[in-house]
Design a protein around this ligand. Structure first.
Ligand code: GSH
Length: 189
């Protein structure tokens, strides 16, 4: 949303308190997953769907390149992260397995190994070439999660280099998890 220059009101849902399963929230997303985006005329669920909707329906910076080869690569990286890494290490899955260490570490590392190989062919300054794309938007939170689960991220030098490149960009730095209003210690009420 920052890339599109869109303002928004944030309604934090506490996963620690299981608020994603509250009746009110299940009316928004029957699957009980964050995020969800409420617009004046519709509610959107699933990050990928939200990103594609904004890309196709809002002005602002384009996160999907025009060039066909680049577009395919961006989509490949986005889907690798949002389908083949993130869901396997989602909080709900870890809770069921009662394994917050080895399982997420294994799957993120497996995904990062593949991602590093792909990036060796696609990366410039960022994941695909020298412009920020949707691939970078997906990379940053996944690297945050990798560190949270103590993955040896230094084993993936391109991923680390690109993540570092992005960390001070205002669209990313302003949305860092530690800056969220519901991050412990940030609450104003
Ligand atoms: N495919 C969904 C996955 C969303 C997802 O995994 N959300 C996690 C937090 S990052 C969640 O709400 N977990 C709550 C739970 O598993 O109960 C998306 O990308 O929006």
């Amino acid at each position: 949303m920052n890339f599109k220059g869109l303002g928004y009101d944030l309604k934090p849902i506490s996963l620690a308190d299981d608020e994603q399963h509250d009746e009110e929230f299940l009316k928004i997303n029957p699957l009980g997953f964050v995020p969800a985006l409420k617009l004046h005329d519709r509610v959107l669920i699933d990050s990928y769907n939200i990103m594609i909707y904004l890309e196709e329906n809002r002005f602002g910076y384009k996160l999907i390149p025009e060039d066909n080869d680049e577009k395919i690569k961006v989509r490949e990286i986005v889907l690798l992260i949002v389908c083949s890494i993130q869901p396997i290490q989602n909080t709900g899955v870890l809770k069921k397995l009662d394994d917050y260490e080895e399982w997420p570490k294994f799957w993120i590392a497996k995904g990062f190994k593949a991602l590093e190989a792909i990036l060796s062919k696609t990366a410039g300054k960022y994941c695909v070439g020298d412009k920020i794309t949707m691939a970078d938007v997906c990379l940053v939170p996944q690297v945050f999660n990798a560190r949270k689960y103590k993955v040896e991220v230094e084993d993936y030098p391109l991923i680390v280099r690109i993540d570092k490149e992005l960390e001070n960009h205002p669209c990313f730095s302003s949305t860092h998890p530690y800056k969220q209003p519901d991050y412990p210690g940030n609450k104003t009420n």
